[in-house]
Each structure stands twice: as structure tokens, then as C-alpha cells.
Write a protein that binds this ligand. Structure first.
Ligand SMILES: [Zn+2]
Ligand SMILES: [Zn+2]
Length: 296
């Protein structure tokens, strides 16, 4: 069992992993504007390179906070690629931040954006929206490089979507309400396998993608608090997201070495409450409820 991880109901891992591949959860948030939880974004760090999943609001500042806490790979100018799960605003409001802020902080390479159909149009529109800013920084008195503002968008389907000397990245389709294109991602590299569910209801696709993986980062909502939600919200969340009890069953089949809850919908409960629900539903493996900047 990794240091800082217990199988008890209040486990929170805070020690940096000694592995050459690890996860930093930059933001555990949802559309709810919780000031303690930045928008959803997960950084997979492999051999010192960073692979971001999603770009929730606050992403660049949380990356800077991780750098300050000792993860040099998350220096803003080193944020060069992101894998978008789906185009919901809570997962993409940070895209213009990720496109432009690291450029002003000396990133010279274009941002590579991988994501489902529609992501290229989104980045084109965002670039159009910031035309005046880009022109002003390049043509004005402010020192700026002429390359780091650009975007290379790649619309991807399922299967292997990216490969370099560190990692192989596979995308898999997940069911998320009435989104036609919604993805999860699996990273293999640095001797570890890391799966990020994206937003999804309980799905065999995640079980297959993990299949004994090292870390499964999975979204979740409180099954207990769900009971007091209004019927129309219950219908939506049942179709779009995964409850603690569903996740307990799913994780027992997926067998991750560590289950990390993120994108938590608490509705009045807390991290301990979510973990109690998971335990009560019979899951016995290592599990933590992520907080912003947690490393796993
Ligand atoms: Zn979301
Ligand atoms: Zn969503």
C-alpha cells in the first residue's frame, strides 16, 4: 500500500508519489462555485512531462500552485497538451487560460488540444475571441514570442489517440447524459496505468479501461443526498453521473490499486461521508476522496 493511503473511511493521500508517473488533481470541482475546489482538471505527470485532462476554471493558477509545492513539471510554461473529455463548460472554461496565459509566461510551443468532435471549433472560436489580445502582444511593445499563442486541435475517436516516448494515451467512450461525444482516458507510462473517467454514469467502459489499473480517478455523487434531490435533477444525475453505491460495485470489478474520487457532488455531505457510503456499499479496496492539489 502506498504511503499516506489507508483503507479506512477517511483516507486522504497527501504524500508525493515516488513513482515516475503520478497524478496531481488540479481541480476537483463541478459547476458549483466552491471556492475551495477549482474547476475539474487532472494532471498526469510521467517522467517529468505533463499530460492534462480537462481545463476547468483556475487551471493555470492551480498548476502554478503545484509547481510551488514542488512539482516542477507543472510550471505554467510547460503546459503543452490537454486531453478534453467533453465540452461541458465546467471542463472547458479554462481553455482560453491554458491557450494564452502560459504563452505570456514564455511557453513557445502551440498548445496541443485533443478532444471529442467539436473541440476544434471551440478552440477556433476562442482564438477569434482573443484576436485583439494576440495582435497587441505580438505587435506591441510587450516582449512576446510569436509561436506560443497557437493551438493545434486534434479531434479524436476511441482507441490510441496519442503516443510519445513517455506514454500511450487511449480514449474510450463514456455515457454522459445526452452528450453524443464524451470520453475517458487511460495513460500507460512510467511503469503505471492511470485512468480518468471524465463525466459518466456507471459504465462497463470504465471497468474495461481500468482492469486492474494503478489509479482510477472517477467522478461521483452522494447516493444518500441524491434521495432528497428534486425529481428532475434525479433524472438528470442518474443519466449523467455515478453514485457512490454504483461506484462501489464498479470499482470492485475494475480493481484499481487506488480509487480516487473527484468531481464530487456532495450536496451537503463531505469527503468522509462519500467514503462511508462507498464502504457501506461493500467496496474494500484503497480509496481516497481527492482534494485540490492532491497527488496520487
Ligand atoms: Zn462536469
Ligand atoms: Zn459533464
Amino acid at each position: 500500500m502506498a504511503a499516506g493511503v489507508s483503507t479506512g473511511p477517511v483516507a486522504v493521500a497527501q504524500e508525493p508519489s515516488p513513482a515516475s508517473a503520478f497524478v496531481v488533481v488540479l481541480g476537483t470541482g463541478t459547476p458549483n462555485a466552491d471556492p475551495d475546489r477549482s474547476g475539474p482538471s487532472v494532471a498526469v505527470v510521467v517522467n517529468g512531462s505533463v499530460y492534462l485532462v480537462d481545463a476547468g476554471p483556475g487551471i493555470v493558477r492551480r498548476a502554478a500552485a503545484a509547481e510551488r509545492a514542488g512539482v516542477g513539471a507543472l510550471a505554467p510554461k510547460r503546459l503543452e497538451r490537454v486531453f478534453i473529455t467533453h465540452l461541458h463548460s465546467d471542463h472547458t472554461v479554462g481553455l482560453p487560460d491554458l491557450m494564452l496565459s502560459p504563452w505570456t509566461l514564455e511557453r513557445t510551443v502551440p498548445l496541443a488540444v485533443y478532444g471529442p468532435r467539436g473541440v476544434a471549433r471551440m478552440t477556433e472560436h476562442l482564438q477569434a475571441a482573443y484576436t485583439e489580445d494576440i495582435r497587441n502582444r505580438i505587435d506591441g511593445a510587450e516582449p512576446a514570442n510569436t509561436t506560443g499563442w497557437a493551438v493545434q486541435a486534434h479531434e479524436v475517436d476511441t482507441g490510441v489517440v496519442y503516443r510519445d516516448s513517455n506514454v500511450v494515451v487511449r480514449a474510450f467512450a463514456v455515457p454522459h447524459g445526452d452528450w453524443r461525444y464524451s470520453l475517458g482516458y487511460r495513460f500507460d507510462g512510467g511503469g503505471r496505468s492511470i485512468v480518468v473517467s471524465g463525466d459518466t454514469r456507471a459504465s462497463d467502459a470504465v471497468v474495461r479501461a481500468c482492469n486492474g489499473c494503478d489509479v482510477l480517478v472517477h467522478e461521483v455523487f452522494s447516493a444518500e443526498r441524491f434521495k432528497v434531490r428534486e425529481p428532475e435533477w434525479q433524472r438528470y444525475h442518474a443519466a449523467a453521473h455515478t453514485s457512490t453505491t454504483e461506484l462501489a460495485t464498479l470499482a470492485a470489478r475494475a480493481r484499481p490499486k487506488l480509487l480516487v474520487l473527484y468531481h464530487q457532488l456532495y450536496w451537503g455531505t463531505d469527503d468522509d461521508g462519500l467514503l462511508r457510503e462507498i464502504r457501506a456499499a461493500g467496496y474494500q479496496g484503497p480509496v481516497v476522496s481527492a482534494r485540490d492539489l492532491g497527488r496520487y
